[in-house]
Design a binder for this molecule. Structure first.
Ligand SMILES: *Cc1c(COP(=O)(O)O)cnc(C)c1O
Length: 448
């Protein structure tokens, strides 16, 4: 037995893996990873895989970045953790101040993962309206194809039937409005036209139901789990105006797109807007430690500030504001400042887009799209098992890309170099040639 086989047998016996029908691992083996460095993961048999999806979008600067590692080691010497109720500490104060300056939202509440940030934003919005004497405002609006996490509250504003249908009886499902998905453009329409059309539908809904709506929650510019659905920033600008007009909060879930992924530090900047709640996680610690954060306004904060305990936000997680995680997040912000990541990424993205032109022109490729450091396209194939076959084929070529259904996307760490871009491009082209236009295969639903 190879080392790999030993670990994967033990993992299958003892570990219940996320987003997985475990029985599939009878035929599709797990990859036990022994170590990771920079762009590469290495398994127990010494095979290397180029991480083209930043390990589910979290490892912004690749694996084992020395500056983030050092910041965590340094923090370890003084304080690893203290409860944040009744106590505070240097990394959490500094991180909150810096995120406040960067976002214009000066009050930071922490959780441990993305879904808990969504829960916090939803509960805060609901509670705000209670506190200001509008208890009827208690429903949430989300976009078609939205994804905001998989806890019971977050799942209610998530529109991925594969994840939510089974649990429907548990969910207080919210209202849905059309996605401004640029692929919906009819003949002659621009992405901005689609955005205006979707905003008109939002306006109809808000005009009728604003008295019962607490908030609109959106993934700014890119609906990730829906398959890297991209849309025009104008939708956000219009949504902000409508939320103001109808007294509805705007929650920006930048868990996937925050920290430079769309070409600006926060995607909302590209629409020139500020949300009432900004949810951050995933890349916030560069993939080192779990941390999430909800940033909000003075107005929201003030509505909770009172002599009455129950008007306060009585919500907590044990690891709220963990000192090691905050130290990692501060190191990530340092990297953005010291290395001018946003403008370096702009040049990098331009080169990668040029390299990917043969992919865009491939006969099986539809809707090639790109924003910032995300590239995606849909594949015209009859194969029901396209996602698994492509994933497995790419692994055999030493690359990690995991399509969502028939959408292939690249979301590489920002440290990717030109040779690695070339390697990914060639592997994608070879896999498209191997798979696209194939003859069916077994149908199975898409997992991100
Ligand atoms: C990943 C993600 C979440 C959920 O984050 P978890 O850490 O997986 O709970 C929420 N919203 C968006 C947009 C995401 O991409």
């Amino acid at each position: 037995m190879s080392h790999n086989q030993d670990w994967l047998a033990r993992s299958r016996a003892a570990v219940w893996h996320p987003c997985t029908q475990m029985k599939r691992h009878e035929t599709l083996p797990l990859i036990p990873i022994a170590s990771a460095d920079g762009m590469y993961l290495t398994d127990f048999d010494g095979n290397r895989y180029l991480d083209g999806v930043s390990s589910w979008w979290v490892n912004l600067f690749g694996h084992g970045h020395p500056a983030i590692k050092q910041a965590i080691k340094h923090q370890l010497d003084s304080l690893e953790h203290v409860m944040l109720a009744g106590f505070t500490h240097k990394p959490v104060v500094e991180l909150s101040e810096r995120l406040g300056r960067l976002s214009g939202l000066g009050h930071a509440f922490y959780g441990s993962d993305g879904a808990s940030a969504t829960e916090i934003a939803l509960k805060m919005s609901f509670h705000y309206w209670q506190n200001v004497g509008e208890p009827g405002k208690r429903r949430f609006v989300s976009l078609e194809g939205s994804y905001h996490g998989e806890t019971v509250g977050a799942l209610a504003v998530t529109d991925v039937p594969l994840f939510s249908d089974t649990y429907a009886p548990l969910l207080k499902t919210g209202l849905r409005v059309p996605s401004p998905d640029a692929r919906h453009a009819a003949g002659g329409e621009s992405a901005a036209d689609v955005a205006r059309r979707a905003a008109a539908a939002l306006e109809n809904l808000l005009a009728k139901h604003h008295g019962e709506i607490a908030a609109l929650i959106v993934e700014p510019l890119v609906q990730g789990a829906a398959g890297m659905v991209m849309y025009d920033p104008q939708y956000l600008t219009l949504a902000r105006e409508l939320c103001d007009r109808y007294q509805v909060h705007l929650i920006a879930d930048e868990i996937a797109v925050g920290f430079g992924r769309t070409g600006a530090l926060f995607a909302c900047e590209q629409a020139g807007i500020k949300p009432d709640f900004l949810c951050l996680s995933k890349g916030i610690t560069g993939g080192f430690l779990p941390l999430s954060c909800v940033l909000t306004t003075d107005d929201v904060y003030a509505a909770f500030y009172d002599d009455d305990v129950t008007r306060g936000f009585l919500h907590s997680h044990s690891y709220t504001g963990n000192a090691l995680a905050c130290a990692a997040a501060l190191a990530v912000l340092d990297l953005f400042e010291q290395e001018d990541v946003i403008s370096a990424n702009r040049d990098k993205a331009e080169r990668f887009t040029t390299l990917l032109q043969p992919v865009a022109a491939h006969p099986a490729v539809r809707h090639f799209r790109h924003v910032g450091m995300i590239w995606a396209f849909d594949v015209d194939t009859a194969r029901g098992d396209f996602a698994q076959a492509f994933f497995a084929g790419m692994l055999a070529r030493g690359c990690l890309l995991r399509p969502i259904g028939k959408t292939v996307y690249l979301m590489p760490p920002y440290i990717i170099d030109d040779t690695q871009m070339q390697l990914l491009t060639e592997a994608v082209l070879a896999e498209l040639d191997r798979l696209a236009g194939g003859d069916g295969g077994s149908a199975s639903p898409a997992l991100p």
